[in-house]
Design a binder for this molecule. Structure first.
Ligand code: B16
Ligand code: MG
Length: 217
């Protein structure tokens, strides 16, 4: 019996990954660093400060800033990101997600959130999805960013679920690695997620009956 389903947020429930990208790209350009969508793949599921470090490294500028200055750069990116988030409405829930949540709920299976985003509750609120989740792991209390399993393990614990009997859904390679490291069944949505136990092209393919069959096999 499946004990829980734990969702990633950015890139699975809604496409905030794109807003993260726009905000980072802007900041990077101010620093004379060029990043593209391909580079952005490395930032998915990675915490705010770790993302900044990767961008600075890309431009060979890691040593150019004090940790205080880095905090300011990250804060600048975040306020731009929060500005972009104001456009978000329930229409931005990705295809298939609402149906999937409804199907899981109908079976009485607890639903959790494992987002390392400190803006996760703002995003869920804008999408009107807060009520759908029985437990949301608090990113502020997580010491290790994905691919570390910490956030998925915290979500399972919060739902009183055994990780090996639980499913995680992710769009990022670091996230799929985190699910596997937690000992859970990994559903991957998108490209280059070979480690996933069940791989789908996009969220419209997230069909509960098919996920269940794949989990059982
Ligand atoms: P914030 P997820 C992650 O969310 C994003 O994928 C990642 O790109 C972002 O840097 C991270 O959240 C931190 O977000 O700056 O809002 O705290 O994929 O774990 O839902
Ligand atoms: Mg994601």
């Amino acid at each position: 019996k499946i004990e829980a389903v734990v969702f990633d947020l950015d890139g699975v429930i809604t496409d905030t990954a794109h807003y993260h990208y726009l905000a980072w790209k802007d900041l990077a350009e101010d620093l004379g660093i060029f990043i593209d969508e391909k580079f952005n793949e490395n930032l998915k599921g990675i915490s705010r400060m770790d993302s900044l470090e990767l961008i600075l490294k890309e431009g060979n500028r890691q040593e150019d800033f004090t940790s205080e200055e880095k905090e300011e750069l990250a804060a600048k990116k975040n306020s731009h990101y929060c500005e972009l988030l104001k456009q978000l409405t329930p229409k931005d829930i990705l295809p298939g997600v609402q149906e999937l949540l409804t199907a899981i709920k109908a079976e009485g299976i607890p639903i959790g959130l494992a987002s390392v985003s400190k803006n996760a509750m703002t995003v869920l609120n804008a999408l009107n999805l807060v009520e759908e989740f029985h437990y949301c792991a608090d990113a502020a209390k997580i010491a290790n960013s994905k691919p570390d399993p910490e956030i998925f393990l915290t979500a399972c614990e919060g739902l009183d679920a055994t990780p090996s009997m639980s499913i995680g859904i992710e769009d990022a390679s670091a996230g799929v690695q985190a699910i596997k490291a937690a000992g859970m069944f990994a559903v991957g949505v998108g490209e280059s997620l070979d480690e996933a136990d069940y791989l789908l092209k996009d969220t419209s393919e997230l069909v509960w009956e098919l996920i269940k069959v794949s989990f059982a096999n």
